[in-house]
Design a protein around this ligand. Structure first.
Ligand SMILES: [Fe+2]
Ligand SMILES: [Fe+2]
Length: 237
C-alpha cells in the first residue's frame, strides 16, 4: 500500500520537479552544517570524514537541482503548482534539524547515523516508485550509494569515539527524532484546526454584518442628497 502511495506522489511531473528542488535545498543546507561540524570537531579523522560528507551532500544538491530544473523546463507553461506532500515522502529530512554547535562528536554521529539510515531507506523506496522515470530513478540510485556510506561511516566512528556508550547515544538520538516527529505532527494538526476555525468564523460571523450593511444600503436614497443647511464655501476641506 505504501509503495502505491509513493508511486502516486511521484507520478505527477510538476510535483516531482518541485520536490527535487526542495530536496536540493535540504541537501545543500546539510552540506553547510557538515562544514561547520568539520570546523568544530577536534578529532582529525572526523574532520576529514565530515569534509568528504559535506562535499557529498553538496553533490546531491547539484544532482537534485539539475534534474528538478530539467523536469521543470519540460513542463507546460500553465502547469498548476501541486502540493509537494513532503510529509509523506520526505528527502534527507534529518539534515534539516541539524544543530552542530550543540552536539558532542558522539551525539552528532548518532544523530547523523539515524538520519542517513532513514534517508537511505526512503531513497531506496523512491527508486522503486520512479520506474516510469529512469533518469530521476538514476539520480536517487547514485545518491543512495553515498547515503549508505554516510550511514556506515557514522556508525563505525560512533563505535570508535564512544564504544561503551554507543547504545545510549543512539537511544538519545532516537528520542530526539521522535520528539521532533511529534512536534511536526502537532504543528500539522494545529494548522488544520486553525483553517477549520477561520473558515467557520468566515461563514458564521461575516453574514450578519453583510445583512446589516445591505439593509442600511436599502435605506439610503439614490443619487445626490441635499445637505441640511447651506455652508459657506471658504475652504476646500
Ligand atoms: Fe544526501
Ligand atoms: Fe547523506
Amino acid at each position: 500500500m505504501m509503495q502505491s502511495l509513493h508511486r502516486f506522489v511521484w507520478r505527477d511531473a510538476a510535483r516531482r520537479a518541485r520536490k527535487l528542488l526542495d530536496f536540493a535545498e535540504t541537501e545543500a543546507d546539510g552540506g553547510r552544517d557538515l562544514v561547520r561540524a568539520a570546523e568544530l570537531t577536534k578529532d582529525p579523522v572526523l574532520r576529514r570524514l565530515y569534509t568528504v560528507h559535506a562535499a557529498d551532500e553538496e553533490k546531491h544538491a547539484a544532482l537534485f537541482r539539475g534534474r528538478g530544473a530539467e523536469l521543470m523546463r519540460a513542463l507546460p507553461i500553465s502547469s498548476p503548482a501541486k502540493s509537494r506532500l513532503n510529509w509523506l515522502t520526505p528527502g534527507e529530512r534529518g539534515l534539516d534539524d541539524l544543530r552542530v554547535d550543540e552536539k558532542s562528536d558522539a551525539s552528532l554521529l548518532a544523530f547523523l547515523h539515524l538520519s542517513e539510515k532513514t534517508a537511505a531507506r526512503h531513497f531506496g523506496t523512491y527508486v522503486d516508485a520512479l520506474r516510469d522515470d529512469p533518469s530521476t530513478a538514476a539520480v536517487f540510485r547514485e545518491i543512495l550509494h553515498d547515503e549508505t556510506f554516510h550511514m556506515n561511516y557514522t556508525l563505525a566512528q560512533l563505535n570508535r569515539v564512544a564504544p561503551r556508550q554507543r547504545g545510549l547515544y543512539l537511544w538519545r538520538a532516537r528520542l530526539g527524532r521522535l520528539w521532533k516527529a511529534y512536534l511536526r505532527i502537532m504543528a500539522a494538526i494545529a494548522g488544520v484546526i486553525g483553517s477549520v476555525l477561520l473558515t467557520a468564523q468566515y461563514f458564521i460571523l461575516i453574514p450578519p454584518f453583510a445583512f446589516l450593511a445591505k439593509r442600511a444600503e436599502r435605506r439610503e436614497p439614490d443619487g445626490w442628497k441635499q445637505p441640511p443647511a447651506e455652508r459657506p464655501f471658504n475652504s476646500q476641506y
